[in-house]
Design a protein around this ligand. Structure first.
Ligand code: SAH
Length: 249
């Protein structure tokens, strides 16, 4: 396993929560780290691997700007310059709606050495824990990953929802819970059938995982009635129907 030089920042994907989904590189990084700067999605089981390190929670939650990105970047640079082995630990994969690119660019600008350790993203691995394949040969040959809101917390105006509905056999939405009614409405306006199967997977891969099966037309109502909330991944498409046979947990 690679040696973690002092003064570097390693950007590490923690996966969706089940510590068994950490990579060997991620475990090696956590074991060697002096400080682990993690976001709110990282599970306690994963943090347990960093037993010798200082743990710092710095992250955003649900689009609320609890801390500004430049402050996080500055902290990473400062800890590295103090000679520490810094792990920046993010839920899922750091480059999947995780601001990993912004942080790497800040490290590049500051001349700080870094490494990237990818993780299992909720939109693939999390769905798998609910028995939902992101692709299945008979069902879909394309999948699209989208964020339900942008950095301001609003549903992204820039997205052509009509085109999205036509483009892919499976639509996987991150951070979409607060905008489900609007997103479903736009997809149906764009021609996607109201009875298109929808699955909502909360706390995917964790012991308290919950799965709601619904339809595009019923999604917002059923989400509200079920009490399911963030963090949840939403999948839209016929592949959700395979869950009936493929559910394993
Ligand atoms: N980098 C992360 C995503 C960060 S955005 C990844 O690759 O998975 C945060 C969103 O990810 C949440 O709002 C939710 O939509 C999704 N998410 C992350 N972990 C999750 C989990 N364990 N269960 C369900 N959704 C999760």
């Amino acid at each position: 396993m690679s040696d973690f030089p002092k003064g570097e920042v390693w950007l590490v994907g923690a996966g969706p929560g089940d510590a068994g989904l950490l990579t060997l590189h991620a475990v090696a990084a956590l074991k060697q780290a002096d400080i682990v700067v993690h976001d709110a999605l990282v599970s306690t089981d994963v943090l347990a691997y960093a037993d010798g390190a200082e743990l710092v929670l710095l992250g955003k939650r649900g689009g609320r700007p609890s801390i500004k990105q430049p402050e996080i970047n500055a902290r990473l640079v400062a800890e590295a310059r103090a000679g520490k082995r810094v792990v920046r630990l993010k839920g899922g994969d750091p480059f999947m709606f995780g601001r990993g690119a912004e942080e790497v660019l800040a490290l590049v600008a500051a001349g700080v050495g870094f490494r990237v350790i990818p993780g299992i993203t909720a939109g693939i691995g999390g769905l798998a824990y609910a028995g939902i394949p992101a692709t299945a040969r008979q069902v879909n040959s394309s999948v699209i990953f989208l964020t339900g809101h942008d950095h301001t917390g609003l549903s992204p105006e820039g997205i052509d929802w009509q085109a999205v509905g036509k483009a892919a056999g499976m639509i996987v939405l991150y951070m979409a819970m607060r905008h489900m009614a609007e997103i479903a409405g736009r997809l149906m306006d764009g021609g996607l059938a109201g009875d298109t199967p929808v699955a909502v997977v909360m706390n995917a891969s964790l012991p308290d995982m919950r799965v709601l099966e619904t339809t595009l037309a019923g999604a917002a109502r059923d989400i509200a009635a079920s009490g399911i909330g963030a963090p949840a991944i939403v999948s839209i498409g016929k592949g959700n129907l395979l869950r009936e046979q493929m559910m394993w947990r």
